[in-house]
Design a protein around this ligand. Structure first.
Ligand SMILES: NC(=O)c1ccc[n+]([C@@H]2O[C@H](COP(=O)([O-])OP(=O)(O)OC[C@H]3O[C@@H](n4cnc5c(N)ncnc54)[C@H](OP(=O)(O)O)[C@@H]3O)[C@@H](O)[C@H]2O)c1
Length: 251
């Protein structure tokens, strides 16, 4: 019997690698997408007949490599993403554009490619990894927070469009958790993470799959994160952005 296919972007580390393990255990044939070929191959060796697709999702060519290698999927996990810590005026323009390409454009392109077939077959799901960053503006991570607001808005809208079908579309919005993210974003000196013990990527992967099983459109793991995210609606925006600037500042 053929196994359903789950395509996971950003599978070379962090929550993506954990999701790949858990989806493999659930009986999916997992497609592992990222740029780091050795890490993907090491992971594939631990799974049953996983498929490795080495692709840079910041370019249209890289996105095409993915859709040509694997034209049909049952579950799409748009997880690849990165952030960068610092004021916009101190960060490279090319890196900011690349962040929008990976965090937003690739997620839209892959969803637009695979969703029609899921709706046509009346089964399957799309899991988009957003963040609690989606709920407010983020001074010192302006582009990153804006990309996650985009992911949340886009996912909610598409979920509503397919509501009358059996296809599930979920935005998973974790707070900070332990992964390669902090080092890549150079966030380690910020009050947001310095000295804090963060939840594991494996625990977040469990929470993401639980949200998908429950067919949630928006899932925020953890009580503090839930209160924080929903609480933003009751705080004046000027106060909120000042508070985020304080929390994001160096410890
Ligand atoms: N960790 C947190 O605190 C946190 C909190 C909320 C949300 N998130 C979100 O969780 C998701 C996963 O991040 P993580 O925390 O697991 O971090 P991570 O360990 O750094 O993993 C990021 C993944 O994205 C892939 N990626 C980055 N740029 C790529 C590109 N151009 N093309 C293809 N793949 C690319 C990386 O693979 P390669 O480098 O091999 O390409 C890696 O597999 C991200 O969307 C992030 O925004 C993280």
């Amino acid at each position: 019997m053929t196994r359903p296919i789950a395509l996971v972007t950003g599978a070379s580390s962090g929550i993506g690698a954990e999701l790949a393990h858990k989806l493999d255990a659930r009986g999916y044939q997992v497609v592992l997408v990222a740029r780091s070929q050795p890490a993907l191959e090491r992971l594939a060796a631990e799974l049953h007949d996983a498929i490795v697709v080495v692709a840079d999702l910041s370019s249209p060519d890289g996105r095409q490599v993915v859709t040509e290698a694997v034209p049909v999927v049952d579950l799409l996990v748009n997880n690849a993403g990165f952030g960068a810590y610092g004021e916009l005026i101190s960060l490279p323009e090319a890196q900011m554009v690349e962040m929008v390409e990976v965090n937003c454009t690739a997620l839209v392109a892959l969803t637009a490619h695979y969703l029609p077939q899921l709706v046509e077959r009346r089964r399957g799901a799309v899991l988009n990894v957003a963040s609690t960053a989606a709920f407010q503006a983020g001074p010192t991570m302006a582009v990153y927070f804006a990309t996650k607001a985009f992911v949340l808005s886009f996912t909610e809208a598409v979920a509503e469009e397919v509501r009358s079908t059996p296809v599930v579309v979920t935005a998973f919005c974790p707070g900070a958790f332990s992964s390669g993210f902090q080092a890549r974003a150079q966030l380690e000196e910020s009050k947001l993470v310095k000295g804090r013990s963060l939840p594991s990527a494996a625990a977040m992967a469990d929470a993401a799959l639980k949200a998908l099983d429950a067919k949630k459109v928006v899932a925020i793991p953890g009580l503090v994160n839930k209160v924080g995210a929903h609480g933003t609606r009751f705080v004046p925006r000027a106060v909120l952005r000042r508070a985020v600037a304080y929390v994001q500042a160096e410890a």
